[in-house]
Design a binder for this molecule. Structure first.
Ligand SMILES: Cc1cc2nc3c(=O)[nH]c(=O)nc-3n(C[C@H](O)[C@H](O)[C@H](O)COP(=O)(O)OP(=O)(O)OC[C@H]3O[C@@H](n4cnc5c(N)ncnc54)[C@H](O)[C@@H]3O)c2cc1C
Length: 531
């Protein structure tokens, strides 16, 4: 007989969002269970085990702030943590707070249906069916791999891997002829490492991406101790930054286009040598003024030309689009890798990949033979995991119909006609434009405070209004339109997925957003209907 397991709150996902939600809700006295399709915790860092996978936000910032002892006791070993270390950290958090008894692994949520009669969600999985009044979707912004359906994909006789679903036992490319399809962040991180092993590496590039050196290095114990001694202030300062990320350099208010050449060059050189995202904070107007943007883009193109020996290859690797309007990449020896004799770059900007064959790939009319192909083709970002759950709200409305014209949320936290469903870092919230752990903590704290308030006020249902969602979507777009972000085809706009509605999904600016969330809560959850 098909039994139904009942709880007060069901969290979906056991990445950093789901882990923290489970912890905080349980501590607030809710009967909570988390459902996770993977066999372990960690989310992104559980799935993305590709060679070179690493965080782009510095380790001391890419970590939870909610528990002072955890913050002090965990020791990071590198400036930017690699995937194994971040996964170990997630596992440590789960153990430290004894979260696993509240998590059901290997449990894929296949359907979510809201019953207006009982004001509960029925959550169908590959096993048990669950029921709860509240669902917190911590399903991740980058958790649904985009695997293009190239013609002949099943004909290829070698191995195919996706960076976002990497085999746990690892892959040994020694002596193999390897293809990497894609040149986004995961490709930029993995290409130099795969090139170390492979006998021959061919990179298929549709659009080049700007990448800045990460300058990863071992973390000096004194640096770590100094940060930990002042963690509270540093975390607070980070939360007042647009991206939730503190940079070493002071925030500059001046304009790139107005800087004189010597000053411009010395500032950019300093940031380039230092490494990391501070590069994009060198001038205040890089993502708003096209002339300033072009000047910074020229700088990166010059650096690519300096590094890459073959000028044709350097040209192909040099992007022409707006810098920073796609997710910026950080690398270790990415451009240098193209100087290696066994590494080849194939431009597929006009031809695309024509098809896969038993032996390899046909592109631009040429056949390339491989033993293994790596799809570094990214994710169906921000909406993929939510739409993948077949969610139906009031009146049987499907989420895919409600979002036909693009995701429509209020604060990236709630969706009209989908009562009692909260989204962690949902579309319309700062999410992927921030240090995501900062965004996750803020969301989870807000959701938990909302549920506590509902419990004490005797409310059983919360739903975003249409009017609030409409004006929020307008606001997200208005903010984006004041910048250069919408000016190129990025996954922020859904442009990497054929047929996906083109709309800018994340909200720019963490601090004002967090203030707005506070204001909404203080005003009795304005924009939501509570019953
Ligand atoms: C390669 C890579 C590098 C990144 N680097 C950075 C970085 O430098 N800085 C940064 O801030 N962020 C980075 N991110 C973003 C990263 O996703 C977040 O930082 C963070 O890990 C997200 O946590 P989460 O819990 O919200 O989502 P996730 O970690 O994606 O976890 C979501 C979980 O939900 C589960 N799930 C989804 N759907 C279902 C379902 N239907 N049923 C059951 N379970 C489901 C998934 O299996 C997954 O475990 C990176 C992402 C990737 C992919």
């Amino acid at each position: 007989m098909n039994t139904v397991e009942e709880h007060e709150v069901i969290v979906i996902g056991a990445g950093f969002g789901g882990l923290y939600a489970t912890y905080l809700l349980r501590n607030s006295g809710f009967d909570v269970i988390a459902l996770e399709r993977g066999s372990g915790v960690g989310g992104t860092w559980y799935w993305n085990r590709y060679p070179g996978a690493r965080c782009d936000v510095e380790s001391l910032q890419y970590s939870y702030s909610f528990d002072k002892e955890l913050e002090q006791e965990w020791e990071w070993t590198e400036r930017y943590a690699g995937q194994p270390e971040i996964l170990e950290y997630a596992e440590h958090v789960a153990n430290r707070f004894d979260l696993e008894p509240n998590i059901r692994f290997d449990t894929n949520v296949e359907q979510l249906d809201f019953s207006e009669d009982t004001s509960t969600w029925t959550v169908s999985t590959n096993g048990t069916t669950y029921r709860a009044p509240f669902v917190v979707a911590a399903t991740g912004c980058l958790s649904t791999a985009n695997r293009p359906e190239f013609e002949g994909v099943n004909d290829f006789e070698g191995a195919i891997y996706h960076t976002g679903k990497w085999p746990h036992e690892g892959v040994d490319f020694t002596g193999l002829r390897v293809a990497v399809i894609g040149t986004g962040s995961s490709a930029v991180q993995s290409i130099p490492v795969i090139a170390e092993q492979a006998a021959q590496l061919t990179v298929f590039q549709r659009t080049p991406n700007y990448s800045v050196p990460a300058r990863n290095e071992p973390l000096e114990p004194q640096v770590q101790a100094d940060v930990k001694a002042d963690y509270e202030n540093l975390r607070r300062a980070a939360r007042s930054e647009r991206s939730g990320i503190l940079t070493t350099f002071p925030l500059n208010e001046d304009s790139a286009k107005e800087a004189d050449e010597a000053d411009f060059r010395s500032r950019m050189d300093e940031r380039w040598e230092y490494g990391g995202f501070s590069f994009y904070r060198s001038y205040a107007d890089i993502v708003v003024d096209p002339t300033s943007n072009e000047r910074v883009a020229d700088y990166v193109r010059d650096r690519i030309a300096d590094v890459v020996d073959n000028s044709d290859v350097a040209g192909l690797l040099s992007p022409s689009n707006t810098i920073a309007c796609k997710r910026p990449c950080l690398d270790t020896d990415y451009y240098e890798t193209f100087n290696r004799d066994h590494v080849q770059l194939v431009d597929i900007s006009t031809s695309g990949i024509e098809r896969l064959t038993p032996q390899g790939v046909i592109a631009g009319g040429s056949q390339y033979d491989f033993d293994a192909i790596v799809f570094a083709t990214g994710f169906d970002a921000m909406t993929g995991a939510l739409l993948g759950m077949n969610i139906t709200g009031r009146g049987g409305l499907g989420l895919e119909d409600a979002w036909e014209a693009g995701p429509r949320t209020y604060l990236g936290l709630g969706v009209p006609r989908f009562p009692n469903l909260f989204t962690v870092t949902g579309p319309g919230s700062p999410s992927v434009l921030t240090n995501m752990i900062v965004a996750i903590e803020q969301h989870v704290q807000w959701i938990c405070a909302c549920l506590r308030s509902m419990r004490s006020e005797g409310h059983h249902s919360i739903e975003a209004t249409d009017a609030a969602a409409d004006s929020w979507v307008d606001h997200v777009n208005t903010v984006a339109d004041q910048t250069l972000y919408p000016s190129c085809n990025s996954w922020y706009l859904g442009s990497n997925i054929p047929g996906k509605t083109r709309v800018f999904m994340p909200l720019i600016g963490f601090p004002t957003y967090a203030e707005k969330c506070e204001e909404v809560a203080a005003n009795g959850y304005s924009g939501f209907v509570l019953t």
